[in-house]
Design a protein around this ligand. Structure first.
Ligand code: AMP
Length: 284
């Protein structure tokens, strides 16, 4: 497995794969890898000849009061995981490599970026779009793999790819969960045992929405009320939002339909967690 630290190294390595006619798949991550990340890697390996995983804790997507400094960083362990998974390249640049001193150029996906997580995290999606655009420029991947877990990110990046005419196809992989329903997240490492138990309320609330929807309720207000009732079972969990939205525009919908996005964000102790699901049609 090649471990690439500079953009020049990355371009050179990628050019060699391409020269031998290989397609390249990119899996952008911030490291502290878990089974959710690996599911993206496996999807990439299925459809691409060469797979590159980037590990970069991107400062521009963190607000000044957010957890950039304390975000888990376990690079050696991540490399062992990726090597064992048979990944071809890891790209782990420094902040200076990705953002030359005095960099003032950003990618702003207007409209979408201030919805859902963008409300409480102003600038977050600008940071995400900027760093992913840079990765697309560096690797010019044929495919790039993202998790449904970050539904708003998917919407923002889809729009960016369309608007900037990137020649990459986005592939979205399902959210991987722990056996008890908790969506896998690097931030789960920061939860105490008690918080970990409380955090289960997020997926429980989403499942409550799905149950009511499948039983025939389409009124988003009522579906959200149901979820809020479940969320109140854990008074220590501070809900930031619970919404039903269009997965492409991220705008609230008043009537839910199959494919609508039910999404929740909450703070459990000091840790902010998100989860979502796409409503499936009524069970027959
Ligand atoms: P992160 O390292 O948190 O920036 O995540 C890197 C990629 O992994 C993103 O595309 C995430 O959506 C995806 N991802 C994170 N958690 C999960 C999960 N539980 N299941 C599937 N994909 C995930």
């Amino acid at each position: 497995m090649l471990v690439l630290r500079t953009i020049a190294e990355a371009r050179e390595a990628c050019a060699q794969f391409r020269a031998s006619g290989k397609t390249v798949g990119l899996v952008p991550t911030m490291g502290a890898l878990h089974t959710g990340h690996l599911s993206l890697v496996h999807a990439a390996q299925k459809s691409c000849d060469a797979v590159v995983v980037s590990i970069f804790v991107n400062p521009t997507q963190f607000g000044p009061k957010e957890d950039f400094a304390s975000y888990p960083r376990v690079f050696e362990q991540d490399c062992q995981t990726l090597e064992a998974a048979g990944v071809d390249m890891v790209f782990a640049p420094s902040v200076e490599e990705m953002y030359p001193a005095g960099a003032t150029t950003f990618v702003e996906v207007a409209g979408l970026s201030d919805r859902l997580d963008g409300v409480s995290r102003p600038g977050h999606f600008r940071g995400v779009a900027t760093v992913v655009a840079k990765l697309f420029h560096i690797f010019a991947p044929d495919f790039a793999f993202f998790g449904q877990k970050d539904a708003a990110q998917v919407a923002v990046l889809r729009r960016m790819v369309r608007d900037l005419r990137f020649a990459v196809e986005l592939k979205v992989c399902p959210t991987m969960r722990e056996p008890d329903g908790l969506a896998m997240s690097s931030r789960n490492r920061n939860l105490s045992e008690g918080e970990r138990r409380q955090a289960l309320v997020l997926s429980r609330a989403l499942r409550a929405i799905e149950r009511r929807f499948q039983a025939g309720e389409v009124d988003s207000g009522k579906l959200i009320d149901e979820a809020q009732r479940v969320l109140k079972e854990e008074p220590g969990v501070q809900v930031e939002y619970c919404r039903i939205a269009d997965p492409e525009t991220l705008e609230d919908v008043s009537d839910a339909r199959p494919g609508s996005l039910a999404a929740v964000a909450a703070r459990v102790g000091a840790t902010r967690l998100i989860d979502n699901l796409l409503l499936s049609p009524k069970a027959l």
